[in-house]
Design a protein around this ligand. Structure first.
Ligand code: PAF
Length: 283
């Protein structure tokens, strides 16, 4: 595996690979890699002749500067993991390389960006689109892999890719969970051991709600999940929306869309670590 921090060398390296006919798979990350990221890299390695993984903590997608400053950075461990998984290129640029000038482009894809994380994290999806579009232009991948934990992010990236007519296939990969059900996330490292076991209740509630939903309405299911999360001391739900999986608009009934997903955001512990998870009810 080669480690590259420069866009020109990246382009030369990838041109050489493409010249040999290699299809390129791409996994964009912000580092602090865990088994969830590993599953994306493994799939890319299986489906493409060459795999590029970017590791870049993108400042423009953080609407909270403390969150940006405390985001875990583990470059050496990330490189070791990527090497062991068979990635070909780790692209780890600095901020100057990605943003030589401030990025003034704006991206908005209503109704997808108008719900859930959109209004609650102003500028977040704009920053995601800025960096992912730059990375897509630099890497020019045939396929790009994203985890379904960030369910709304995948919908936004699909909308942006269509808008910019970028020739890349967006591949959504299932959530990878810890043995107790907690969805893998770089933010889990911020939890104390007590908070960590408390956080496992998020997925327990979501899994329970799938059975509950079989004999209850959408609004009853939504209210039950919110009540169950808030009843646990140390957990506080920010929202739980049951939505059409393609438009991300709330549904009123289980027959309203061919695919339905419940998306939850909750705060855990005294430092309010923000955790997200989702569960598929249909489709
Ligand atoms: O999901 C992430 O880690 C980030 O939002 C991404 C896609 C790497 C863009 O910075």
């Amino acid at each position: 595996m080669v480690i590259i921090d420069n866009a020109r060398i990246l382009a030369e390296t990838l041109d050489a690979l493409r010249g040999k006919g290699a299809e390129i798979g791409f996994v964009p990350t912000m580092g602090a890699l865990h088994a969830g990221h590993a599953s994306l890299v493994e799939r890319s390695v299986k489906e493409n002749a060459a795999t590029v993984v970017s590791v870049f903590v993108n400042p423009t997608q953080f609407n909270d500067q403390t969150d940006l400053a405390t985001y875990p950075r583990t470059l050496e461990a990330d490189a070791q993991l990527l090497e062991s998984l068979g990635a070909d290129v780790m692209f780890a640029p600095g901020v100057e390389e990605m943003y030589p000038e401030p990025d003034t482009r704006t991206f908005s894809y209503p109704p997808i960006t108008s719900v859930m994380e959109g209004p609650r994290r102003p500028g977040h999806f704009n920053g995601v689109c800025q960096i992912v579009s730059k990375l897509f232009r630099m890497v020019r991948p045939d396929r790009a892999y994203f985890g379904e934990k960030d369910f709304q992010q995948i919908a936004v990236v699909r909308a942006m890719t269509a808008d910019l007519a970028l020739p890349v296939e967006i591949c959504a990969c299932p959530i990878v969970r810890e043995p107790d059900g907690l969805a893998m996330s770089s933010r889990n490292a911020r939890l104390t051991p007590e908070e960590r076991s408390l956080a496992a209740n998020i997925s327990r509630v979501l899994f329970y709600s799938r059975d509950y939903a079989r004999s209850h309405s959408v609004s009853e299911t939504q209210a039950t999940v919110l009540r169950a999360i808030d009843a646990l001391e140390g957990l506080q739900a920010e929202y739980f929306e049951i939505v059409d999986d393609s438009t991300l608009q709330p549904v009123a009934g289980w027959d309203d869309a061919p695919g339905i997903v419940g998306c939850l955001t909750a705060y855990c512990g005294s430092r309010h670590v923000r955790l997200i998870d989702n569960i598929r009810y249909k489709g």
